[in-house]
Write a protein of this length. Structure first.
Length: 249
């Protein structure tokens, strides 16, 4: 099946999201809550596009809108840019301290909305990526708490979580720089908790926190890692060459 995005013909499968099709064809659609590892959040609404089917146009959220028939898609129409600017104006009130949000606001000429007060000191846009990453890749140490305007991402009772292993997955996927991480030579501080860092025994590169590696070892049933991924590959390659050489002597 074919659709056109910004007048560019694009091959696609029925049921694929517009965002997936656009990215595969090198067409940019701005996102905040999208991550390749956790698709289909649909939380930030920044990836809206205009879809024209049967002569009728509508605004849809591209990351969760499945293509069912041939259509025309516009990612930067006047209507899209205006509504995207309004979405960003509201996100700026939610996360006024985020340079990423500020840059997007400037790009889309987001209007000032005087009747809403900004949440001073906040960078979080409540996209939910950090919670999803912690739940699926780590130990589920953070969650969405409270409701309405009090809604936020936090550890239980805002105390250092006994479950957190300091892996930093939450901070890595955050699109707005809302989760502070301090990393020094031997320690990492995140969510108010200090973790000892483990270094690769060959090259000295940081491979994770002691708690993170212990949790991964427990899950896999193996000993905790002592080598980084690159050094482990080199060790396997050397072992293979040695074994292969012994066989062919």
């Amino acid at each position: 099946m074919k659709i056109t995005i910004n007048q560019i013909p694009c091959e696609c499968e029925r049921g694929e999201s517009i965002l997936q099709i656009a990215r595969r064809n090198g067409i940019e659609i701005p996102t905040l809550c999208w991550h390749d590892g956790f698709p289909g959040q649909g939380a930030c609404r920044l990836c809206i596009v205009e879809v024209i089917e049967g002569g009728r146009a509508k605004i849809v959220v591209s990351c969760v809108y499945p293509v069912e028939r041939e259509c025309e898609v516009l990612t930067e129409s006047e209507k899209v840019r205006r509504q995207r600017g309004m979405i960003l104006a509201l996100l700026r009130k939610k996360a006024p301290d985020s340079p990423e949000i500020q840059a997007l606001c400037e790009r889309y000429h987001a209007p000032e909305i005087e009747r809403f007060l900004p949440e001073t000191g906040s960078r979080c846009v409540m996209c939910g990526l950090c919670v999803k990453a912690c739940g699926e890749l780590s130990v589920g140490a953070i969650a969405t708490v409270n409701r309405g305007v009090e809604k936020e991402i936090a550890t239980p009772y805002h105390e250092p979580s006994s479950a957190c292993v300091g892996c930093g997955s939450c901070a890595y996927v955050c699109p707005a720089g809302a989760i502070p991480v301090q990393e020094m030579e031997d320690v990492r501080i995140i969510w108010g908790k200090t973790f000892s860092l483990v270094h690769c025994q060959d090259c000295g590169r940081v491979i994770g926190t002691a708690e993170e590696l212990a949790a991964a070892a427990k899950k896999s049933g193996q000993e905790p890692d002592t080598l980084c991924a690159d050094c482990r590959k080199k060790m396997i390659a050397l072992s293979f060459r040695h074994t292969y050489g012994e066989i062919h002597r």
